[in-house]
Design a binder for this molecule. Structure first.
Ligand code: IPE
Ligand code: IPE
Ligand code: MG
Length: 251
């Protein structure tokens, strides 16, 4: 067991961790290697973090793997990323089944190439009864796109009389998002040194704790992740109340 685990309170873990896995390209360039080399190394970090979450008992992990804006990248990088994704899904299926990991996805999947979509759908189907960890991949995902799709379906329900405008509330609206059934993230981590959201989970992150790390994603492994969780546990989540109110309640 590593020392850092001793500093972590396993009874107060975030239920849902979301990660913007950024910095693969710069990590590779620093070593004079092509960007895809960085993406391949990034897939190793994904394995490491998924394993760690499963081991310590985090229930939900959501990974930003490809944004709706990432389609603007050079075609060679996009197709390289798609093939890394498919290989990852194929190579991890056995482990997901052994370790009770359920795979989900969010985003506009219709834009993905058929070979990736098919593998993704198969993996989702085969792991749907697993319950220890829900691993959600955000693919061709954009927060604004997700919100607009939900607004459209709300409007359609109103138009055909299934829904009254007065019945639209936060709970109803959340149930139309791709993340329906998944609790909002408690902690959002962005690696790679940038401090922005890049269109990730715009609705769901409203009260998440946010950690920006300068570490590039391929170097973001178990120990740094556990350190980030320790940092999370030092924070006081007030949800609009005062610190005094919280301390009274917990007594
Ligand atoms: C994140 O790393 C992976 C994806 C966006 C798919 P980047 O590819 O954005 O790496 P940098 O930011 O260029 O270093
Ligand atoms: C965000 O990273 C998307 C993913 C990590 C998949 P980007 O590297 O694409 O973000 P920007 O465009 O630099 O903000
Ligand atoms: Mg980037």
């Amino acid at each position: 067991m590593d020392n850092i685990l001793d500093s972590l309170d396993l009874t107060r873990l975030p239920r849902h961790v979301a990660i913007i896995m950024d910095g693969n390209g710069r990590w590779a360039k620093r070593q004079m290697k092509p960007r895809l080399f960085g993406h391949r190394a990034g897939a190793e970090s994904v394995r490491d973090i998924v394993e760690t979450c499963r081991e310590i008992g985090i229930e939900y992990l959501t990974l930003y793997a490809f944004s709706s804006e990432n389609w603007r990248r050079p075609q060679e990088e996009v197709s390289g990323l798609m093939s890394i994704l498919q290989k990852y899904l194929q190579s991890e299926l056995r482990k997901m089944l052994q370790n009770s990991i359920r795979l989900c996805s969010i985003g506009n999947l219709s834009r993905l190439p058929a070979f990736v979509r098919e593998t993704l759908e198969e993996t989702i189907e085969q792991t749907k009864n697993n319950s220890a960890l829900t691993l959600t991949l955000a693919l061709s995902y954009g927060g604004r796109d997700e919100i607009v799709r939900a607004v459209r379906s709300t409007a359609n329900c109103c138009l055909d009389g299934q829904l009254q405008v007065e019945d639209i509330d936060e709970k109803y609206f959340s149930s139309l998002l791709d993340t329906r059934g998944i609790p909002d993230p408690d902690l959002m981590i962005r690696t790679g040194g940038e401090a922005r959201l890049s269109n990730f989970l715009l609705w769901q992150l409203s009260y998440a704790e946010i950690c920006f790390s300068d570490v590039m994603w391929p170097d973001f492994r178990r120990t740094i992740f556990l350190e980030t969780l320790v940092d999370y546990q030092r924070r006081e989540r007030r949800f609009g109340r005062t610190g005094e109110q919280l301390r009274c309640q917990s007594r």
